[in-house]
Write a new protein. Structure first.
Lengths: 140, 140
């Protein structure tokens, strides 16, 4: 009843959802947090206030994003995209990615205002996907 | 609008929810997966088929469980319990913990049957909590 999810289904799930759980490791200790993202069909884009988790990912860029769709305890699908943390610093790309994030999350105005004031505490980054695994469980 | 969650609220959230995301690190790479748990007011109890993640946690017992309650993108609470992976091998304790898990998840019969047949591929473990952190975001 638990079976691997095919690549296409896994990518479709990444495209359909809008938040997941970002995982990173700091000194061998895992850290997991909920985060909004968008998926451009290739990589995953996120943004965050600078802080502990950004420092952790700069130090160890191996990260993952887990995304799931849980109907109930026995009917769910879960995908993990593993890859590398990469900061988007090039101004044009950063603006384009923020626009895409804001398009999906139109209420992020406070962040947008801070961005447009040029404050640097908002970090835009991608998870450059190296591999994707997925599983699903279905009972009827 | 984003603020730390007090210890009591954090523990209350752990007690109220029944599944979270387990994080572990294997060779510096994070792994995150959805998992059912129960919280006895002190530690977190889970079970899993033996496999990659069990091997990873045996190797590096620093793990975490992230639990959240998301109303929408701007109203959510999230808790992370950090601690150590400990397998429950003592038969009586293992039976008691499985009973508690089954009480909360009465449909886990197939697992229970496998357990009662003495098959050893089901691992019961606790996350012995060392520290808990939590944040909440509220907009009106």
């Amino acid at each position: 009843m638990i079976e691997p999810l095919g690549k296409e289904d896994a990518r479709a799930l990444l495209g359909a959802q809008r938040y997941g759980r970002l995982g990173c490791c700091h000194d061998g200790e895992p850290y997991v947090l909920p985060i909004n993202y968008f998926y451009n069909g290739e990589d995953l884009y996120m943004h965050s206030l600078a802080g502990l988790k950004i420092r952790a990912m700069r130090e160890n860029p191996q990260i993952c994003l887990q995304v799931d769709e849980v109907t109930d305890d026995y009917n769910w699908r879960s995908v993990i995209a593993f890859g590398e943390y990469e900061e988007i610093t090039e101004p044009e790309e950063r603006e384009r990615m923020m626009a895409s994030l804001l398009q999906r999350f139109p209420h992020l105005t406070p962040v947008e205002s801070r961005m447009s004031q040029g404050e640097d505490e908002i970090v835009v980054f991608r998870l450059r996907i190296k591999r994707i695994t997925g599983v699903s469980e279905h009972w009827q």
